[in-house]
Write a protein that binds this ligand. Structure first.
Ligand SMILES: CCCCCCCC/C=C\CCCCCCCC(=O)SCCNC(=O)CCNC(=O)[C@H](O)C(C)(C)COP(=O)(O)OP(=O)(O)OC[C@H]1O[C@@H](n2cnc3c(N)ncnc32)[C@H](O)[C@@H]1OP(=O)(O)O
Length: 206
């Protein structure tokens, strides 16, 4: 089990499951030479993505930027469509924001990967209208496995911690989507040169 400080309202430690502890022979993640420069916006990987797509009006419209090393920052404004309890963000929506910000790390690693495991800690309630400031970091790589973590803070980059996640992403080929996605959307994606360009940007390694 790995333990990380929570930074929450009261000091508390977060215990992660063993699957989220990298093996002893894991290596440090390497930032791809063609990764976007620190501070540069990271575009959506798919316009219809519920997390980051700009053609998904009730989605999160999460916007990410490259950070230093293998880190990103992201912002998500909680809107009324994202409520669980009155005036508060739904926990699943917050988990999506964490998942999406972790997914954006792929732009820095230039690999395609999907979430295998996502562990979330909900530290504070997140009211509608809040801008959630997220940071995500890849911490270790072992074969196809990418270990990573994310934190969401209320109102600003130094705001109080509201949510945290530890995750394991697993590298896949484009075939993962082509073979498993509904054909209607796959055909449309493959017919869209911009989408094909985005998929290639993820897949090409030096
Ligand atoms: C041109 C047209 C095409 C368009 C292309 C578009 C480009 C898109 C670009 C970028 C997309 C980015 C999208 C980001 C969106 C945000 C992230 C998400 O929400 S992703 C959605 C949610 N996730 C899933 O739907 C995964 C469903 N699961 C699976 O498909 C499989 O289970 C998968 C791929 C995760 C693993 O299956 P295996 O058969 O490939 O590999 P195995 O051998 O099972 O796992 C590999 C290693 O990982 C460990 N592992 C896998 N899952 C684990 C788990 N849950 N807990 C612990 N370990 C796990 C295994 O124990 C194994 O480890 P050992 O190599 O033996 O050490």
């Amino acid at each position: 089990m790995s333990t990380v400080p929570s930074g929450g309202k009261t000091p508390r430690s977060v215990v992660r499951s063993p699957a989220l502890t990298p093996p002893a022979d894991a290596i440090a993640p390497v930032r791809h030479p063609q990764a976007p420069a620190p501070g540069e916006p990271i575009g959506s990987h798919y316009a219809h993505c519920f997390g980051c797509g700009d053609e998904q009006p009730h989605g999160l419209l999460l916007q990410s930027r490259a950070g230093e090393g293998v880190t990103i920052t992201a912002e998500f404004t909680v809107r009324p469509a994202h409520q669980g309890a009155p005036g508060l963000a739904h926990g699943g929506v917050l988990a999506t924001a964490l998942d999406e910000s972790l997914g954006a790390l792929q732009w820095l690693l230039r690999v395609i990967a999907v979430t295998g495991k996502l562990e979330t800690d909900f530290v504070r309630p997140v009211p509608v209208g809040t801008v959630l400031f997220l940071t995500a970091e890849a911490t270790a790589v072992s074969g196809r496995k990418i270990f990573c973590s994310a934190t969401g803070r209320l109102g600003g980059p130094d705001g109080p911690v509201a949510v945290r996640a530890g995750a394991l992403f697993v590298e896949v080929k484009v075939d993962h989507f082509v073979d498993n996605g509904r054909q209607e959307e796959i055909r449309a994606a493959m017919a869209d040169p911009d989408q094909v360009r985005r998929a290639r940007a993820f897949e090409v390694n030096p």
